[in-house]
Design a protein. Structure first.
Length: 276
């Protein structure tokens, strides 16, 4: 099977997409493309004789019906830099291969994430792990930003002092906060990448990791535009309904009231009218 390159993919190789204040995502390497998905699905060699429209139709059929093994033959290698709290959410996707910078061997840089004031929010009243949509007063936003920056400066000075005193790096690092930046190389196939992006670009995800998801999505779309189009159609903008929800839809089509209530009703309505 011939090596496949994509002009748009070659164009963005090794180019950093800036994320947050000190972070980035860059494509280090990739293997395969839309053409590789088509090749493995048809178990053929070369470009074949199918038209672009037929290739798009096949890819869409595969994703729509969850025949996902051909998508595993496209692989992305990323170099990413993110705050540790983002990395801890990111690493929950265990279907990848990674290597992270180690504070035991390297001196950690004086780089910490400080949110922009507009991203300082109250705790959500109905979501234990989310932010409230109501605005925080400007003076309180400024206070929070100042407190974060002040704590980061103090902790890093203590870290530097221990390093200067030749204290072991593995000990000196232990008080560094979750806002400290880390880096890793992250390799993942397209099937699992779509799962990652669907969850991490969703509006329920923490805003900071949404930003990394959107940066990675730019890269995936450049390398596999047909597959990414199907991903948006079926996994991002589509919805899967339970038997209770299908029964509710049938009832509503027959002019009856929606029988769902409580949390099931709320989840059903979120599928019909997703947040912008």
């Amino acid at each position: 099977m011939a090596h496949i390159t994509v002009p748009a993919g070659e164009e963005i190789l090794d180019k950093e997409i800036q994320v947050l204040d000190h972070g980035f995502v860059r494509l280090v390497d990739y293997m395969g493309s839309d053409a590789r998905i088509v090749q493995t699905a048809r178990v053929s060699y070369g470009e074949g004789t199918k038209t672009l429209r037929e290739d798009a139709g096949l890819i869409d059929y595969l994703l729509r019906h969850e025949h996902t093994s051909p998508f595993e033959h496209v692989v992305f290698e990323f170099h990413a830099k993110m705050p540790i709290f983002v990395a801890r959410q990111w690493i929950r996707h265990r279907t990848a291969r990674l290597n992270e910078i180690s504070g035991r061997y390297s001196v950690i840089k004086d780089e910490f994430y400080v949110p922009e004031p507009q991203h300082i929010n109250f705790q959500s009243k109905d979501n234990k792990q989310g932010r409230d949509v109501n605005d925080v007063p400007p003076e309180l936003r400024e206070k929070v930003v100042a407190l974060l920056a002040q704590d980061q400066e103090t902790v890093y000075k203590n870290y530097e002092e221990m390093i200067d005193d030749d204290i072991a790096r593995e000990l000196a690092r232990i008080n560094l906060p979750l806002s400290t930046y880390t880096e890793w190389y992250w390799q993942m196939d397209l099937k699992n990448m779509f799962h990652f992006l669907r969850l991490r670009m969703d509006h329920h995800a923490q805003w900071e990791i949404q930003e990394y998801g959107r940066a990675m999505a730019q890269i995936v779309k450049a390398v596999c535009p047909l597959a990414y189009d199907s991903f948006e159609r079926h996994m991002v903008n589509g919805a899967r309904f339970s038997d209770h929800e299908l029964a509710a839809i049938r009832a509503m089509l027959e002019g009856q009231e929606n029988p769902l209530e409580g949390r099931r009703l709320k989840e059903f309505e979120q599928k019909l009218y997703p947040a912008e």
